[in-house]
Write a protein of this length. Structure first.
Length: 102
């Protein structure tokens, strides 16, 4: 399985190096420290809102996972900084990852 095929089915896995166990973000085929292979070890569904902005009726949040990975996510209800959110949808659109959280 690859990170992108899992993500497009709504599963967000943490890409990790098999040798040094560090998180590889953005996802890549090889570790940028030791060139080790990457495995998808852990599936996560919850992250923390770092900041957000509003555009029309939607909110765009920066959500942090595992204290390390930050992604942009859409949210329809009103976000709060520091709030824990769950991934509602994820996928790839025009080459970019997208997330929707609640
Ligand atoms: Zn490594």
């Amino acid at each position: 399985m690859s990170f992108e095929s899992e993500l497009s089915q709504g599963s967000f896995y943490i890409p990790e190096c098999v040798k040094c166990s560090i998180i590889i973000w953005p996802p890549s085929e090889f570790c940028n420290q030791c060139f080790g292979e990457i495995v998808l070890r852990k599936k996560i569904s919850e992250g923390k809102i770092i900041e957000f902005s509003r555009k029309d009726e939607e909110y765009f949040c920066i959500v942090e996972f595992e204290n390390q990975i930050r992604v942009m996510a859409k949210m329809t209800n009103i976000p709060k900084v520091g709030q824990m959110v769950k991934i509602l949808k994820s996928g790839i659109s025009k080459g970019n990852y997208f997330f929707e959280v609640t």
